[in-house]
Each structure stands twice: as structure tokens, then as C-alpha cells.
Write a protein that binds this ligand. Structure first.
Ligand SMILES: Nc1nc2c(ncn2[C@@H]2O[C@H](COP(=O)(O)O[C@H]3[C@@H](O)[C@H](n4cnc5c(=O)[nH]c(N)nc54)O[C@@H]3COP(=O)(O)O)[C@@H](O)[C@H]2O)c(=O)[nH]1
Length: 542
């Protein structure tokens, strides 16, 4: 019972643990996909706009710079600048600049008084720009990002700023200028963008990076409670999205509550499911069912030593069950369950077939006697006859003893005729645990058996006074009268052995000689000539 309870608790905690692990994975996945989705959309926005903005800038300004033989700020040049602005999506107010002075622009035309341009705060290899500096052309009343290339300059139109996000998510872009990282827009107080030089060798120092395309790299890392995702385009600009993990849960209360509710629901569900799962997969009943089919029932062999040196040695085959955790379970613990499940025939078959196979492999079949335990219904149903016919060569039938285990007899007539059929083959029948259970004298007379096995409780009482000695003596006497031989089981001491010899018991079985052992241990024991009692092992000779 305690074994079962322990098992139940083990299974329950196992299932609970599995449920919790699944839930944690589910939570992580839900949360991660929620914030990853948000970060991705921002990065996508950045990716698209950055690509389009820079492509448009370079295309347009390169075209303007490449116009040959045009007078600066001539009507022809202004026309070209206005056509360019008309087809621009991101850039406007194209202007012509010479020696730091702005001479004309698309909206104002040729200026009466040239205006000094602000100094670019970022100077790159091919271009220069200011970040949101006041625009002198418009009296400094507006700020805009201004970018120069060659003789031309353009202003970036205001567009939707992706920093418009939640409190747990911040965004910023950075650019590489003059060999250093410059903040362009968004949150400047970020964990610094890792490396803006978009060279694979430098990114390879970062664990989690992936190359999205020839000129795009994505890097992700965890830092100070934030998950940071950085996307770099070409060699100059990177967008960084930072997700504050705890902030997410604090802000997104609906998601947090939903997760909490799911967790509680899962806990409740698991407390309902666990017993059902246990019943379905882990009950002793189920395990036995699987075990019987999957060779988890194994055989141990315990010697039965004859008192007379002329009689051959024997053994009793005793089953054990190797449960799914690798523990050896003894028959008293699982046979009652097997009987309740109506699987006793299956157990007998597994033990019978395994024992014959193992004895044969160990070259013991035919050289020693062997006893197998069986239920009365195995004889009544004809199962044992079928098994013998199928698996035991006829010449070895007289080495087999069937020990009838203590159980109610269903049909005495069937049992009697089954016993007769077995005995006709040479198989011997023994009444197990004689003196207890159903093994009464009337059954002995009706069944015509070959031997009786004196129950170990009588043997253990031998040293305790005359009563048990008298009982054993009477059992031996009954055996003599009915022409049966006696086997004493449970012999543990030399004193018990000596008393049994005096009482003329013919065979001894017990820990005094050997505990039940797997076939290899049993064969090894026999090869040492039963040193425990100085018994010379005698085998059956052909
Ligand atoms: N139908 C089947 N019944 C089986 C089968 N295998 C075993 N059994 C029956 O289960 C009962 C318990 O068996 P087990 O735990 O294997 O115990 C056996 C011996 O280990 C034990 N024994 C033997 N000598 C000693 C000893 O000196 N001291 C001590 N404390 N125990 C000892 O006795 C059991 C043998 O019993 P028996 O069969 O009555 O000879 C038991 O009733 C088995 O019959 C099976 O395959 N099928």
C-alpha cells in the first residue's frame, strides 16, 4: 500500500511538474511573441523607411549633382530641383549650397541675400547632415533633419516617429559618423547600440545575430532586465528596440491576468487529470498489463536440495516483476492484483516459457528437477497442458513439478481430470503451503498428488517447542501414508535442517542453502556444490 501511495505521489508530482513546465513554455512563448511582434513592426517600419529615405536621397541628390553645365540657381536648375521635389516622398526644400551659403531653394527661388547654412553635426564619407537643427531658410522656426551631398541639400519631411510606443518598449536609431556612434532620433539613453560597424567579423562576437540580407544584420541580447533587438542596415544606421520585461507585465495587465487565470485553470485541471492519468497509464494494474507483455516479469531460481545423496537436485521457479522504475517487486505484492485482473493465466505462461528458455540456455533442462507455481484454473482450463505440449520436450516432462498455490478451487472435477492428464505425461503435482489455506486432507485424497510442501510457518516454529515439531512430524506421516514425498520450505538454520532430517523430510528449500537467484547466480551456486551444507549436488543422468 505504501508502495502504491508513494508511486501515486511520484506520478502526481511528475504530471504536475510536466504541466507547470508546459505552462511556463506557453507563457514564455505568448509573452515573447507579443513583444517580439511589437518590436518587429517597429523594426520593419524603420527598415522600410530607412531604405526608402536614403535611397531617395542618394538618387535625387546624385542626379542633381550630375546635371552638366548648369548655371547655379539658374531657371533651368531651379526647374530641375522642383521636378525632383515633386516626385519626392521623403525629401523637400531642395537647395543649392556653395561655400556654406545657401543660394536658392525650391520654395523660395533665388535668394536676395544668401543664408549661412548650419554646420553639419555628422559628417560621413559621402554626405553630411544635422539632426533636427533649426532651418535658417525658414527663419529657424522649424527644425528638421538636413542632409547635404555635393552642392545640394534637402530637408527630411516629418514622418511618423516610431518612438510613439508603450512604456515598456523604447526605440532609437543610431548612425556611424566620423568613426563614432551618433544618436539620430528616438530614445538616446539606450543601452548603447552594440557595434554599428556592419562587419560580420565584429558581429560574430555577439551570440545571437543573424544576417537578414546582404546589408542587414539583426542582433538580439538581454541586458539589465531588457530584451534588446538591433537591426543594422548597410554600414551606417542601426535601429534599436528595447523591451523592458517587468515593465511589460506591469503595463500589459490584461495579458498578465490572462496568464494568471490560465495558470490557475491549469492547476485545477491537473488536479482533476492526475488521478485519471494515473488510472489510465500508471496504476499497478496498467503497469502489470504492460509488464506482462514486455518481458518485465523475470524468473529467479531457488535450489531444492534432497536429503538423500542419491536424489537429484531441483529448484523452484519464482517470479519477480521489474517495475517501470527498475525496482524488483515481489510476487506477494503484485499477484493479488494479477488475480483480480484475471491475468493469472498470462503470468503462468510468461513464467513457464521464460523458465524453460533460461534453463535450456543454461544447459540445465533435463539435468535438474524444476517446480513452477500455478493457479488451480491453469490446470482446470487446460492451459498448462497446452504450454507443456508447446514448449517442454516430452522427455523432460518428468522433471517438472507443478506447485498448486493456495487458492479456491473452482471446479474440483476439472481440476482432478487436469491433474490426471498432467501426471499421465510424467509431470508431478505438489500441494504448496501444506497446512494452510485450501490444502486440506480431503483435497489431498481427491487430487492424487505426488508431494506436499510444508509451509514455512511450521518450519520457523520448529525451534519453539514440541507443538510445531509434532505438526511437521504428522505432515510427514500423512505424506508417507499417501505415498507422497515432503519438501520443507523456509529452512534458514542448521538446527532446522537437522530436525527435518530427523523427521525424515526428503527435500529442503530455504535461505540456509540459497536465496532465489537469477539463472546465472543459481547455476554458479550449483557449481560450488552447495557449500553451505556440504551437499554434493547430483544431477539427473540420462
Ligand atoms: N502463481 C505463481 N505464484 C508464484 C510465482 N512465483 C512466486 N509465487 C508465489 O508468491 C509467493 C511469494 O514468493 P516469493 O516472494 O518468491 O517467496 C518465495 C521464497 O523466496 C520464500 N522463501 C524460500 N525460502 C525461504 C526462507 O528460508 N526464508 C524466507 N523468509 N523465505 C523463503 O518463500 C517463497 C516460496 O514459497 P512457496 O511457493 O510456497 O514455496 C509464494 O507463495 C509463491 O508461491 C509464480 O510464478 N506463479
Amino acid at each position: 500500500m505504501s508502495f502504491l501511495l508513494g508511486r501515486l505521489r511520484f506520478v502526481q508530482s511528475g504530471v504536475l511538474l510536466a504541466v507547470v513546465i508546459l505552462f511556463v513554455i506557453f507563457t514564455f512563448w505568448t509573452v515573447a511573441s507579443a513583444w517580439q511582434g511589437r518590436a518587429n513592426s517597429i523594426l520593419d517600419n524603420f527598415r522600410t523607411s530607412d531604405r526608402e529615405i536614403t535611397t531617395e536621397f542618394f538618387t535625387n541628390l546624385e542626379q542633381l549633382n550630375a546635371i552638366p553645365d548648369l548655371q547655379p540657381c539658374s531657371d533651368e536648375m531651379l526647374k530641375m530641383m522642383r521636378i525632383t521635389e515633386y516626385s519626392s516622398k521623403y525629401w523637400h526644400e531642395y537647395a543649392y549650397v556653395a561655400d556654406g551659403l545657401l543660394l536658392c531653394s525650391t520654395s523660395l527661388g533665388v535668394l536676395d541675400q544668401p543664408i549661412a547654412e548650419p554646420a553639419a553635426d555628422i559628417i560621413n564619407r559621402e554626405f553630411s547632415f544635422t539632426r533636427n537643427a533649426p532651418v535658417p531658410l525658414l527663419d529657424g522656426s522649424v527644425t528638421a533633419m538636413q542632409m547635404w551631398k555635393g552642392h545640394f541639400r534637402a530637408l527630411l519631411r516629418p514622418f511618423i516617429n516610431p518612438t510613439d510606443t508603450t512604456s515598456w518598449l523604447s526605440f532609437g536609431t543610431f548612425s556611424l559618423a566620423g568613426g563614432s556612434v551618433q544618436h539620430i532620433y528616438g530614445d538616446a539613453s539606450f543601452p548603447p547600440a552594440i557595434i554599428l560597424v556592419n562587419e560580420e567579423s565584429s558581429f560574430q562576437q555577439v551570440d545571437n545575430y543573424s544576417k537578414l540580407s546582404q546589408d542587414e544584420l539583426l542582433i538580439q541580447w538581454y541586458e539589465h532586465g531588457s530584451w534588446v533587438v538591433q537591426l543594422c542596415i548597410r554600414q551606417e544606421s542601426c535601429a534599436v528596440v528595447s523591451i523592458d520585461v517587468l515593465g511589460f507585465f506591469a503595463e500589459e495587465t490584461e495579458i498578465s491576468i490572462a496568464i494568471l487565470v490560465c495558470f490557475v485553470a491549469l492547476l485545477l485541471l491537473s488536479s482533476v487529470l492526475t488521478p485519471l492519468l494515473y488510472q489510465r497509464y500508471f496504476s499497478l494494474n496498467r503497469q502489470l498489463n504492460r509488464g506482462l507483455k514486455r518481458g518485465r516479469v523475470i524468473c529467479h531460481y531457488q535450489p531444492i536440495i534432497p536429503i538423500s545423496p542419491i536424489d537429484p537436485v531441483g529448484c523452484e521457479v519464482l517470479c519477480r516483476w521489474l517495475d517501470e522504475s527498475g525496482n524488483l517487486i515481489y510476487p506477494d505484492q503484485f499477484i493479488p492484483e494479477i488475480e483480480r485482473n484475471g491475468q493469472s493465466g498470462l503470468l503462468t505462461e510468461v513464467v513457464f516459457v521464460t523458465a524453460i528458455q533460461e534453463l535450456d540456455d543454461a544447459e540445465m533442462l533435463g539435468r535438474i528437477n524444476f517446480s513452477i507455481n500455478a493457479f488451480p484454473e491453469d490446470i482446470e482450463s487446460g492451459l498448462l497442458l497446452r504450454l507443456i505440449d508447446q514448449f517442454l520436450p516430452g522427455q523432460y516432462c518428468n522433471t517438472l513439478t507443478i506447485e498448486l498455490t493456495e487458492k479456491e478451487i473452482n471446479n474440483m472435477n476439472l481440476l482432478r481430470s487436469g491433474v490426471q492428464a498432467l501426471r499421465a505425461l510424467g509431470v508431478k503435482i505438489s500441494i504448496d503451503d501444506f497446512g494452510t489455506g485450501y490444502s486440506n486432507l480431503n483435497h489431498l485424497k481427491q487430487l492424487q498428488v505426488d508431494s506436499i510442501k510444508i509451509d514455512k510457518s511450521f518450519i520457523w516454529g520448529l525451534g519453539e517447542g514440541m507443538v510445531h515439531a509434532g505438526l511437521v512430524q504428522n505432515i510427514v506421516y500423512i505424506g508417507e501414508c499417501l505415498n507422497l514425498y515432503c519438501v520443507a520450505e523456509g529452512v534458514e538454520t542448521k538446527a532446522q535442517l537437522n530436525m527435518l532430517r530427523e523427521l525424515d523430510v526428503q527435500y529442503i528449500q530455504g535461505y540456509y542453502f540459497s536465496r532465489p537467484k537469477p539463472i546465472t547466480g543459481f547455476v554458479e551456486y550449483l557449481s560450488r556444490d552447495a557449500e553451505c551444507g556440504n551437499y554434493k549436488i547430483k544431477y539427473i543422468t540420462a
